[in-house]
Design a protein around this ligand. Structure first.
Ligand SMILES: Nc1ncnc2c1ncn2[C@@H]1O[C@H](COP(=O)(O)OP(=O)(O)OP(=O)(O)O)[C@@H](O)[C@H]1O
Length: 245
């Protein structure tokens, strides 16, 4: 079954047509990377998936629920679909462990012991066991982003959205964060959609790459085929510009 399905989706910001007739099916367990020029609609597309942006036409089905149906529980969708943003927005006055434990305590009503155990396991998974009792101000940006990833995973999402997760980071921290994302996508059956400008990362992590330009899907292919034999002229131009050949 598809985890996510866009059917003839149109998105407008006022009169501006931001997503133009998007048709897209993403199966459970896939890791899809979304690339495209600045302003092409990548963030808009991922933000529609958990209802942060609404759509004006078409249907968007997430885990079997149609987001355009008024009966759909958007809070359940946001539990099933975790999101990691460019800016991590940790609670500044709570330590790292508590940042990971808050949402499962409130939303999933987990017992304190179980919640702590899971949070500590997740911190280990993102390489931050020794920082559990640091405050956000006492860790680096890359570490903060890894806490944000652990925090999302603590909700046991079926799907994760990553919207340019490394673009606010200093270069030397990018690799650690991307390594964590790679490890998560490889070691779980979650569906992941990642917006990134890092082509080497797309090549390493994605099983499928989608190229978006001017609000339209221009190319949607298996990763090897995408990079080795891009079919569309616009894709080829974009890749040669970004890869420098
Ligand atoms: N809230 C908004 N109101 C009006 N226009 C918007 C809004 N958000 C985005 N847009 C416009 O929609 C288009 C797509 O924006 P979006 O942020 O999805 O692009 P993007 O591909 O993610 O770009 P970038 O790589 O620069 O982050 C842009 O032209 C942008 O100016």
């Amino acid at each position: 079954m598809a985890m996510i399905e866009f059917r003839n989706v149109q998105k407008y910001y006022g009169k501006f047509h931001a997503l133009k007739n998007i048709n897209l099916k993403i199966d459970k367990g896939e890791t899809v990377v979304l690339i495209g020029p600045s302003g092409s609609g990548k963030s808009t597309l991922v933000r529609t998936i958990n209802g942060l942006e609404d759509i004006q036409e078409g249907h968007l089905i997430v885990n079997g629920e149609d987001l355009t149906d008024k009966k759909t529980d958007i809070n359940q969708i946001r539990t099933d679909v975790g999101m990691v943003f460019q800016h991590f927005n940790l609670y500044a006055n709570k330590d790292v462990l508590e940042n990971v434990m808050i949402a499962p305590r409130i939303v999933l009503k987990k017992s304190e012991d179980e919640n702590r155990k899971t949070a500590l396991q997740l911190l280990e998974r993102v390489g931050l066991s020794d920082k559990a009792h640091n405050m956000p101000s006492q860790i680096s940006g890359g570490q903060e982003q890894r806490v944000a990833i652990a925090r999302s995973l603590a909700m046991k999402p079926k799907c994760m959205l990553f919207d340019e997760p490394t673009s606010a980071l200093d270069p030397e921290m990018i690799e650690d964060v991307l390594d964590v994302i790679k490890q998560i996508t490889e070691q779980s059956d979650m569906t992941s959609i990642i917006v990134t400008h890092k082509m080497w990362f797309a090549q390493e992590v994605a099983n499928r790459v989608i190229f978006l330009d001017d609000g339209q899907i221009i190319e949607d292919r298996k990763t090897n085929e995408f990079f080795e034999h891009p079919e569309n002229e616009r894709t080829r131009k974009f890749l040669s510009k970004i890869l420098g050949h």
